[in-house]
Design a protein around this ligand. Sequence first.
Ligand code: BGP
Length: 477
Amino acid sequence: MGFPDNFLWGGAVAAHQLEGAWNEDGRGPSICDVLTGGAAGVARKITDGVVEGLNYPNHRGIDYYHTFREDDMLFQEMGFKCFRTSISWSRVFPNGDEEEPNEAGLKFYEELFKDYRAKGMEPVVTLSHFEMPLHLAKLGGFTNRKVVDCFVKFATTVMERYKDLVTYWLTFNEVDNQMNMHTPIFPYTNSGIIPNPDDDPHTVEQKVWQAIHNEFVAAALTVKQGREINPDFRIGCMLSFVPIYPETCRPDDVMLAQTEMRNRYLFGDVYVHGEYPRYLWKRWEREGIDIHMEPGDLDVIKEGIVDFISLSYYMSVAVSSQGSKLDAMEHGLDGLVPNPYIKATDWGWQIDPVGLRYSLCEMYERWNKPLFIVENGVGMYETPDADGYIADDSRIEYLKSHIEEVRKAIDLDGVPVMGYTVWGCIDVVSFTTGEMKKRYGLIYVDGDDEGHGSYKRSRKKSFYWYKKVIETNGEEL
Ligand code: BGP
C-alpha cells in the first residue's frame, strides 16, 4: 500500500520562468519576452516588442541557463526521481518558421537533459509551456494553420534529437486555461493570440476555438510522429485541473457546475476519446462558432490519443446560479463565488487538498488513463530570517495535506498515479503576476522583481522535509 516503488517524485519549472538568457546563443524573441512584469494587483502587459524602461523579469529569470549544473545538484540532493521543464521553442527555431534549427539551442537542452540523467532524474519535458516565437504570434499564433506545421516540426526535431534522453513528453501546458477567453493573457500565452481591442466578444471566441482545434491537430500529430520516432515514448497532455463545485444543492447550481466543468473536461475528452464530444458540437452550433477543419483533421485527432494525462492542481472554485454573469468575462466562469469552507492564499487561490483526491477520481473514472500530477504548490511572500533561513511551515502543511490526499486516491480509490512534481521547486518568476515575490520554491533565490540581488540559492525548511518524503517514498509526511 502507499506510493508505488517507481513513483516519480520531483519538481517542475518552465523555461521562460527560470532560464533567463532570453537573447543568448541565437534565441529569438518569444511571446513571454514581451510580457511585462506585474506588481501586486496590476495585470501584466502584453507589448509587441521590448519597450525600454518596462520590466521583463523573465529576461533574467533566475539565470538557470548558466547555473543549471549547480541547481541540479540541489535537486539531486533532495533525491528527485524526475525533473519537469519545458523547451523554449524560440531557442530551437528563433522565428518558428526557419528551415533549419538553431544548433546552439538544441545543444543547450542536450546538455541539460544529460545532466538530469547523470543526476538520476528522469526528464519530463513540456513542448509548449506558454511560449511560442513572437514572430509566429504576429502571424496569428495557432489561429493560423501554418503554425500547426511549425509546431510539429519543432516537436519532431526535439523528439528526434533527444529520443534516447527523454521518455516523458507533454504537449501544451494547461491547454484548457484559454477557456478564460476574455482575459487577454491566456489566449495569448496558450495560443499566441495577440489581443485586438477592436474584436467583439464573438470574434474573440471564434479565434480561440479555431486555435484550440488547430492545437488538437498539432498535439495529435505530435503523438503520432513521436511514436514513430521512439515507440517507448510516453506522451501525455497537460490540463489545469480546477474542480468546480456547486455552491449549494440547488439544482440550478449543480447544473451550472456541470456546464462549467465541461470547459475543463472537453480537453481530456478529446485527447482520450479522439473525438469532439456531442455537447461541444451543440455548443458551437448554439454560439455560431464555425471551425475551419482541413480534410483528415478528425482522423488525425482520432489517431493521436495520449498515453497518460498530466495535470496541475492548485485550488477548487465554487459557482452559484445566483452569481453574476459578469464574472464570465473576468474569470471565464459564470457565477463564481467564494467557498466559505476553505481558506485562500494571499492571491485568492482557495486551498483544498480534498479537491485533489476528488479530481484524481473524477479524471480517472472518466478517462481511464494513468495520471501524473506535474504541478502542485503554494505561492507565498517570504523573507529570510536574520540567519538567512526560511522556515516555510505553511508550505510544508500545504504539500503534506495534498500528498496525503494523493495517497488516499491511490490506496482507497485505486487511481494509478505515476508521479508528483512540486511546482516551482526553486523560486522562479510567477507566471500570472510576473513577480519574483510570489514564491513557490523549496529553494530560496535571492532576487527581486527588478532583477536586483545576489541570486544566491538557499535551502528552505521544506527542502529538508521533501527530501525525507522522497527518501521514505511518501511514508513519512
Ligand atoms: C500554472 C503554470 C505555471 C505556474 C503556476 C503557478 O498555471 O503552468 O507556469 O507559474 O501555475 O502560477 P503563478 O506563477 O502565476 O502563481
